[in-house]
Write a protein that binds this ligand. Structure first.
Ligand code: DLL
Length: 443
């Protein structure tokens, strides 16, 4: 535990040439890579040849990155339709690794990587680890799950590329996690932010925070707010960093934020980002929220053109205070599919999180949204945990707190909610991605 203050931070770069490249040079590099990639998928992936033919586009029409809008989109449904290996651009024996993600229903989404893709993946994660101030001397405790999910393997590959020590804990068994963290002298850890919060609370409760040597945590795989970041940082006295990725593009290591926390730097030399209006797919201006769409510029195994992530964010391209010119996508507000429309109002779980954390410690950042339909009307119930400190048997006190939470949430969401206060530690903790919404409406 050794949080470094911004004024004492010494910025380091894994690949300064790329990370601080001028816009013109980056565009030239992206153009060269895109032209090559389009030719590759046209020749080797029948799905893309067909899609391009339907649009009347030939590889020769793509002369540079500015022509990207002429290319077809790819959706998760396309991946499902061609599951498991229908979108490969290389013979199957060239695939060195598959990873996946399990949706809540149906088949999983599978992604395939060649040996070179795996190397690029590790290199991109290592860029982020260096951004978090880590070096080959660090010991990185990985409590993302190992398996088809990319979290465990991704952080592990990054640690390997950096030459750091990887501690492959995988998820689960919090007591054992904390014991190993302490015994092995881990200096950094990676897991979902909800689990990081849980681990932090457990470490505090066990009275071991001072004995840990952790200085940074690398958290991602689900949306979280700045308020949650500050809470984890404060509890463990560390710096935390937001890491983003998806298995279709590469796992963690598509983007990560630096100490300035002004958005996540996208490794756009490999993954070209566009922000598009979800309604008509027109390009959003910088700073305007839309759907994040990626084209993989260097991927060999399963390259994707204009992949619709369904993640909502905005982008800024000015140079960051850390010196990087890599564009910054903002903390995610949610996904087009985890947004709930309650009586016509768009509601994201992260809005609830930010509002609860603004209440000065009366309630914990553990919550669950339950959506029902009663008499043809949407009803949103928010289950909220009261902290040990504020929990009371006095009904009057709890009623007053409930009213206060209701007012704060109504103000934040623009829609009234039913609040259900629950005792500390009653909302189920997740060791992976937290489930924040239950929608019973059968929409
Ligand atoms: O969640 C990869 C990952 C693992 C990222 C570990 C970071 C750390 P998937 O299982 O394919 O891959 O899920 C991808 O998770 O489209 C987002 O909706 C969400 N997501 C990932 N990182 C973040 C983040 C991994 N930092 C989906 N903030 C993505 C918000 C995130 N959402």
């Amino acid at each position: 535990m050794a949080k470094v203050l911004l004024q004492d931070w010494k910025e380091q770069y894994r690949d300064k040439k790329i990370e601080c490249m001028s816009r013109d040079e980056m565009s030239a590099l992206q153009s060269e890579r895109l032209v090559k990639q389009v030719k590759n998928v046209y020749e080797n992936v029948s799905f893309y040849r067909k899609k391009m033919e339907e649009l009347g586009v030939e590889p020769g029409d793509i002369k540079g990155i500015e022509d990207i809008h002429k290319l077809p989109f790819t959706t998760k449904e396309d991946l499902r339709d061609h599951y498991p290996f229908g979108l490969l651009a290389v013979p199957r024996e060239k695939i060195a690794r598959v990873q996946g993600t399990s949706g809540t229903t149906g088949k999983l989404t599978l992604a395939a990587y060649t040996e070179k893709d795996v190397k690029t993946w590790g290199e991109c994660v290592a860029r982020g680890l260096v951004m978090a101030g880590l070096t080959s001397e660090d010991r990185i405790h990985v409590c993302y799950g190992y398996g088809l999910f990319t979290g465990g393997m991704g952080l592990d590959l990054g640690a390997q590329a950096l030459g750091a020590m990887a501690i492959p804990m995988s998820s689960g068994n919090t007591k054992r996690q904390l014991m190993c963290m302490e015994d092995f002298g881990a200096t950094a850890f990676g897991c979902t932010p909800s689990y990081a919060m849980y681990l932090a609370e457990a470490a505090k409760e066990a009275g071991i925070v001072d004995r840990l040597q952790i200085k940074a945590s690398i958290n991602g795989a689900e949306p979280w707010t700045d308020e949650m970041r500050l809470k984890i940082e404060e509890t463990l006295n560390i710096n935390t960093f937001d890491i983003y990725g998806l298995c279709e593009i590469t796992g963690p290591g598509v983007a990560m934020d630096c100490i300035h926390h002004k958005g996540l730097h996208v490794y756009e030399d490999h993954f070209y980002p566009e922000i598009l209006n979800p309604a008509d797919q027109s390009t959003c201006a910088d700073g305007e929220t839309g759907e994040l769409v990626f084209t993989t510029l260097t991927k060999e195994g399963m390259p994707l053109l204009r992949y619709r992530t369904k993640d909502l964010t905005s982008i800024y391209r000015d140079t960051c205070e850390c010196g990087r010119t890599l564009p910054r996508i903002q903390k995610f507000t949610g996904r087009t599919d985890d947004m709930k429309v309650i009586r016509g109002v768009n509601v994201f779980p992260t809005q609830v999180e930010a509002a609860l954390l603004s209440m000065g410690g009366q309630v914990a950042p553990h919550y669950l949204l339950i959506v029902d339909r009663e008499n043809n009307l949407d009803v949103l119930t928010v289950m909220v945990e009261v902290t040990e400190e504020y929990f009371s048997d006095e009904i009057r006190k709890m009623e007053a707190l409930k009213e206060k939470v209701g007012a704060v949430l109504k103000q934040a969401l623009g829609v009234s909610v039913r609040v259900k206060l629950v005792e500390p530690k009653t909302i189920q903790r997740s060791e992976g991605k937290a489930k924040r919404v239950i929608d019973n409406r059968n929409l």
